[in-house]
Design a protein around this ligand. Structure first.
Ligand code: HEC
Ligand code: HEC
Length: 155
């Protein structure tokens, strides 16, 4: 059966209108699942923070953020499905505490805790910070003791 052209035009217009109205609210979407960061954080600040996590741990966003169930090509940033995200929250709390308690780092003009110690301080580009230097970095053994020479003759 063939659909008449006269049906198709209004139908596609309706579809276009629906898609437009769906995509509009998303542009002003605010983060909806913040438990550590300030809820009113600006989009740029949030993005800066997240990029610093990527750098500090040497990972991509999907290390902490789960994929969308209906579109696995995209990440569901608000989802708490990945354990790494919850670990990261604990790490954020810990890092803030370290700065406050042990470095007495004050707050900046916006009232945010200043960070002397950051994720990078420990992680240094690694997912799991090393507790001891790698084996290859251990210093070479000291040179063998010199072959004993005969004691200088005494006269
Ligand atoms: C080391 C883990 C980690 C990495 C890597 C990471 N994030 Fe996050 N992200 C978090 C945590 C933890 C939160 C929640 C913070 C909170 O609860 O205050 C979060 C929250 C967010 C949110 C807010 C979601 C909402 O609606 O609540 C967005 C958006 C986001 N991240 C984007 C990104 C992007 C983009 C990247 C990559 C550039 C990224 N994240 C990399 C851990 C991470
Ligand atoms: C004082 C040092 C220290 C600081 C600061 C620190 N971390 Fe960690 N982090 C660790 C250690 C050590 C581990 C490994 C724990 C283990 O193996 O059980 C770890 C593990 C993690 C993991 C889990 C990695 C995995 O393989 O599952 C994440 C995610 C993480 N840290 C994120 C962060 C973020 C984000 C920050 C900054 C807000 C941060 N960390 C700051 C020491 C630190």
């Amino acid at each position: 059966m063939k659909l008449k052209r006269s049906y198709l035009v209004p139908l596609s217009l309706l579809l276009a209108a629906t898609l437009c109205s769906l995509s509009l609210p998303q542009q002003e979407e605010r983060a909806k699942n913040l438990k550590v960061l300030p809820k009113n954080i600006s989009h740029e600040e949030l993005e800066k923070e997240m990029r610093s996590f990527n750098k500090a741990l040497g990972v991509k966003c999907d290390f902490c953020h789960a994929r969308q169930t209906d579109n696995p090509k995209k990440l569901d940033f608000a989802s708490d499905d990945k354990e790494e995200k919850e670990t990261a929250r604990d790490m954020m709390r810990m890092t803030m505490r370290i700065n406050k308690k042990y470095f007495k780092s004050g707050k900046d003009e916006q009232g945010q805790q200043m960070m002397t110690v950051t994720c990078y301080t420990c992680h240094n580009g690694q997912k799991e910070p090393a507790s001891k230097p790698p084996a290859s970095a251990t210093p070479p053994p000291p040179p063998a003791p010199p072959v004993p020479q005969e004691a200088p003759q005494q006269h």
